[in-house]
Design a protein around this ligand. Structure first.
Ligand SMILES: Cc1cc2nc3c(=O)[nH]c(=O)nc-3n(C[C@H](O)[C@H](O)[C@H](O)COP(=O)(O)OP(=O)(O)OC[C@H]3O[C@@H](n4cnc5c(N)ncnc54)[C@H](O)[C@@H]3O)c2cc1C
Length: 244
């Protein structure tokens, strides 16, 4: 729990950051419909200097160690400016804390250091609110998984390095009938069969990027499962409730 003095210091730091590094560019972003890369990179680098980059993740993995109370104060300040600009001051998804073994070196730590950017890819063209309607599947093939399907409306300030992709990996019998088993995968941009391109522009969030992802027989190793097989929905629920 932060003291009142610490909280005031934090809020004033973020407020000043927003006023000096984001407010001046709002009009330009509005006019252009995108954030020029050099402006985005400048925000990113100032966020590092101020200790705000990845401030939501625990200190023992290199994050800022801020709790939900402090994060809500930060988000309130960020909420005063353009979403397109403030998304460059990254708060990598806390889902990455589910990384284990080599995944921590490959995904978690680079995301915290700002060397890699991730996407959270759940929504599909025919499955938004209805997550269970997802058509993206990953089927086992020997020791591998083969991923097929598509995602859209996936947020990211710039072309990502990898995506956390949710796919149906089977079906479980439950007292209420069959239920899709959903698993999360860490998928690198550049993997054969994985297409990641800029998607639909938002009307309300001027200049904000979303990506459209498609998977055509993308081969993944068992070490690309995030968490365990079948716990994807629990992980995605964690992300959504943190965001809210
Ligand atoms: C700016 C932006 C960023 C986003 N970023 C991400 C991201 O990073 N990752 C990601 O995975 N997704 C992302 N999304 C997608 C977002 O999570 C979906 O838009 C959301 O889940 C709703 O899905 P949908 O758009 O398909 O709407 P629909 O599910 O088609 O819903 C349309 C409307 O119908 C209502 N509705 C739907 N079902 C019912 C029902 N059964 N009963 C009553 N009303 C209903 C909804 O409340 C809504 O008002 C983003 C979306 C936006 C706009």
């Amino acid at each position: 729990m932060e003291t009142r003095v610490e909280t005031d210091l934090l809020v004033n730091t973020v407020r000043h950051f927003v006023e000096t590094e984001m407010f001046p560019f709002e009009e330009e972003v509005d006019r252009l419909g995108h954030v020029p890369k050099e402006i985005g990179r400048q925000i990113e680098s100032r966020a590092h200097e101020l200790g705000l980059y990845a401030c939501n993740l625990p200190e023992d993995v290199g994050g800022g160690g801020l709790g939900y109370g402090a994060m809500s104060l930060i988000e309130r300040e960020y909420g005063k400016t353009s979403h397109a600009l403030q998304s460059w001051a990254a708060r990598p998804t806390e889902l990455l804390m589910a990384c284990e073994g080599d995944q921590r070196e490959q995904y978690l730590f680079p995301a915290i250091r700002g060397e890699k950017r991730e996407l959270f890819a759940l929504t599909e063209p025919d499955a938004g609110s209805d997550v269970m309607g997802m058509k993206t599947t990953a089927r086992r093939d020997g020791d591998d998984w083969v991923l097929n399907g598509s995602k859209h409306f996936i947020s990211g300030p710039c072309m990502p390095d990898f995506a956390i992709v949710f796919a149906a990996t089977g079906e479980d019998e439950t007292p209420r009938g069959p239920r899709k088993r959903v698993t999360a995968f860490l998928v690198d941009v550049g993997t054969k069969g994985f297409d990641c391109r800029e998607g639909t522009k938002c009307v309300s969030y001027r200049g904000y990027n979303t990506y459209a992802l498609s998977f055509d027989n993308v081969r993944l190793g068992q070490d690309q499962v995030l968490g365990t097989e079948g716990n994807g929905l629990a992980l995605s629920g964690q992300w959504l409730s943190m965001g809210r």
